[in-house]
Write a protein that binds this ligand. Structure first.
Ligand code: SAM
Length: 239
């Protein structure tokens, strides 16, 4: 059969994640392991038998659509944040979200698989996925085939170094209150996210400028100081 130039894919699930906007989401999975997300399977795939056997695996490959970038076009060369935005690389040599086919690929720690009423959920730990991300496929991670001891990491051989994070008194108190109310360790989550220093490269030299990261309905206000990153306060988006 002659291959076609275009194929139709269907969404098999939708992500519900703590990340309500792109800014602040880690650049790869596993960097912020306190991040919680879950995939909700959609019809006609919302059947437990599609997941039979998956529980025996610790990690899964998740293929998804960079749906928040669909209005932007791709370029042959892109500036990976890892290179400080100064150098360009071929799009296929990067994990850029702006690609000819806007498909993402993440290996993610698998949590519980369960049913709530008619809905089927798959818990994920440490995902790098925006809330509402459409999922195309899930496959088990196979250590015998997927671990490659001699693999080389090109311009990104190791994770970027994390930065020290300090909470203001106000932010500390607000985290305690949030934790009591929602039974969620939000201070660990904030610390792990901000420690990645998600500022774009052109702002990376600026100190004392306020940034916001939205987690659920909370806007986390923080800024860079000379020696560390400081969490200033938590603002409710509903106020
Ligand atoms: N691990 C995946 C990969 O390699 O294909 C994603 C890597 S990409 C560099 C990670 C970034 O994708 C995150 O920092 C976040 O800003 C962005 N992102 C996550 N979900 C997205 C979505 N649904 N639409 C657009 N961008 C998204």
């Amino acid at each position: 059969m002659t291959p076609s130039n275009s194929y139709t894919l269907s969404t098999i699930g939708i992500v519900h994640s703590c990340y309500k906007e792109k800014f602040g989401i880690p650049r790869q999975p596993g960097l912020v392991n306190a991040a919680t997300a879950r995939i909700e399977l959609v019809s006609p795939y919302n059947r437990l038998d599609t997941l039979d056997g998956l529980n025996d695996f610790s990690h899964i490959w998740v293929q998804f659509i960079f749906h928040a970038n669909l209005s932007t076009s791709w370029k042959a060369k892109v500036r990976p944040p890892r290179l400080g935005g100064k150098e360009k690389m071929g799009v296929f040599a990067t994990r850029s979200t702006h690609r000819p086919n806007p498909i993402g690929l993440s290996v993610i720690k698998l949590g519980n698989i369960y049913q709530e009423g008619k809905k089927i959920f798959i818990d994920l730990h440490g995902a790098d996925l925006l809330d509402g991300t459409p999922i195309l496929d899930i496959k088990p991670y196979l250590p015998y085939a997927d671990i490659i001891e001699e693999a080389q990491g090109g311009f990104a051989p190791t994770p970027t170094e994390t930065k020290p994070v300090v909470f203001s008194k106000l932010a500390q108190q607000q985290c305690i209150e949030y934790q009591e109310l929602h039974k969620t360790d939000i201070s660990t989550l904030i610390k792990q996210i901000v420690a990645q220093d998600p500022r774009p490269s052109y702002l990376s030299d600026q100190t004392d400028r306020e940034h916001g990261i939205q987690l659920w309905d909370i806007d986390i206000k923080w800024c860079a100081r000379n020696t560390h990153l400081e969490i200033l306060r938590l603002e409710s988006k509903q106020e």
